[in-house]
Write a protein that binds this ligand. Structure first.
Ligand SMILES: O=P(O)(O)OC[C@H]1O[C@H](O)[C@H](O)[C@@H](O)[C@@H]1O
Ligand SMILES: [Fe+2]
Length: 209
C-alpha cells in the first residue's frame, strides 16, 4: 500500500552547483575516469599533477526506488581537459533501458552525448535554460566543453538504475569529443570502439520492465 507523502522543494544553487533538501551526494575524482580517455598517460599525469581533484559532484533527492517515483538532483562538472578530450561523466544506459531522463542547464556550456543501441551518435548542446530530453534506450554522457563549471538539474524515474558496463563492453562510446583547437569542439571516431552486434542491440531494446 502506498502512503500519502508530503510535497518537497529544493532550492537550486546554480552558481555553487548544488541544491538544498538533498538526501544524498556523491563525487567522482579524476582517477575514477581512468580508461575513458584515449591518452591514458596524459590522464595519469594530469591526475598526479592536479592531486586527483573532484571532477563532478551530484546532489540528489531520492524519495524511493519504486516505479512511478522520481529522482531529481543537480550535477556540477568542473571544466578541464585530458590532452584534447574534455572532462566528462562516465556515462551509462539505464538498467531499465526504457526509462528516460530530463536535464535542465543552469550554468556553463555542455554537451549531452547520446548513443543508440545500434551505435548512432547524437550531440545536444546544453546551456543555461536549455532542457534536454534523453529518450528511452539512449546511452548518455555529459561533457563540459566550456571554461567554467557546468551545472545541470536532472530528473529520471526512480527505478531506472544505471548500467555502466555497456560503455566498457564497447571500449567506449562510438565518438570522442575533442577540442577543435579554436575554443570549440569536434567529433572524432573512437578507434577502439567495438560495435554491438544486432542481437545485443535488439536485446537492449527489450530491456524494460
Ligand atoms: O552516473 P554518471 O554517468 O557518472 O553521471 C553522473 C550523473 O549524471 C547525471 O546527473 C545523472 O542524472 C545522474 O543519474 C548521474 O549519475
Ligand atoms: Fe541517466
Amino acid at each position: 500500500m502506498d502512503m500519502l507523502r508530503e510535497p518537497v522543494t529544493s532550492i537550486v544553487d546554480a552558481d555553487k552547483g548544488g541544491m538544498s533538501g538533498n538526501t544524498g551526494r556523491y563525487e567522482k575524482r579524476l582517477s575514477d575516469l581512468a580508461g575513458l580517455y584515449e591518452d591514458a598517460a596524459a590522464h595519469a599525469n594530469l591526475t598526479e599533477k592536479l592531486g586527483n581533484p573532484v571532477v563532478y559532484a551530484v546532489e540528489d533527492f531520492r524519495p524511493s526506488d519504486r516505479a512511478g517515483d522520481l529522482i531529481y538532483g543537480v550535477t556540477r562538472m568542473s571544466p578541464g581537459r585530458v590532452s584534447d578530450e574534455f572532462f566528462l561523466t562516465r556515462g551509462h544506459i539505464h538498467a531499465k533501458a526504457d526509462r528516460p531522463e530530463i536535464y535542465f542547464g543552469q550554468k556553463g556550456k555542455g554537451l549531452m552525448q547520446l548513443e543508440s543501441p545500434e551505435g548512432e551518435t547524437r550531440i545536444v548542446e546544453i546551456g543555461p535554460q536549455t532542457i534536454c530530453y534523453v529518450p528511452p534506450y539512449w546511452i548518455h554522457r555529459s561533457i563540459n566543453v566550456g571554461d567554467e563549471d557546468l551545472v545541470m538539474v536532472f530528473a529520471y524515474p526512480s527505478d531506472s538504475g544505471q548500467d555502466y558496463g555497456i560503455i566498457e563492453a564497447s571500449n567506449g562510446m562510438r565518438h570522442r569529443v575533442k577540442t577543435d583547437g579554436n575554443g570549440g569542439w569536434t567529433l572524432v571516431e573512437n578507434r577502439d570502439y567495438r560495435p554491438r552486434n544486432s542481437e545485443t542491440a535488439a536485446a537492449l531494446m527489450k530491456r524494460y520492465a
